[in-house]
Write a protein that binds this ligand. Structure first.
Ligand code: FES
Length: 111
């Protein structure tokens, strides 16, 4: 029995694995300047975690975070857009060309 095809070229490295709706259109987006693929209709959290194992690093200790509630309650998934605007990844839809910054805890784009 074969496994489903990955949703993007980097999905094998992700915490989430897409099992359904593989035929939704691809959406190109960027994490810290690197290009990735998501699916139209993904949240930013899903887009990130199908490509990476963490959504961000905490600004307090630098430890990796992956969100917790996935429904807008825990505040564990805040990331930023390239212009510095904070967004809650689990309740924001991915958009074509979206520039997401997750490494602000390391001194980049920390405002
Ligand atoms: S994962 Fe809890 S608010 Fe986003």
């Amino acid at each position: 029995m074969s496994q489903p095809e990955p949703s993007s070229k980097r999905s094998k490295a992700g915490l989430f694995q897409r099992l359904k709706e593989l035929d939704r259109p691809d959406v190109e987006f960027f994490i810290n300047g690197d290009k990735y693929l998501a699916k139209l209709g993904d949240t930013v959290l899903t887009a990130i975690l199908t490509n990476q194992t963490a959504v961000r690093k905490t600004e307090f200790s630098g430890q990796a975070r992956a969100g917790f509630c996935l429904m807008g309650a825990c505040q564990d998934c805040w990331v930023r857009l390239a212009d510095g605007q904070p967004i809650r990844a689990c309740s924001t839809m991915i958009e074509q060309g979206m520039q997401i910054v997750t490494n602000f805890a390391q001194g980049n784009n920390h405002g």
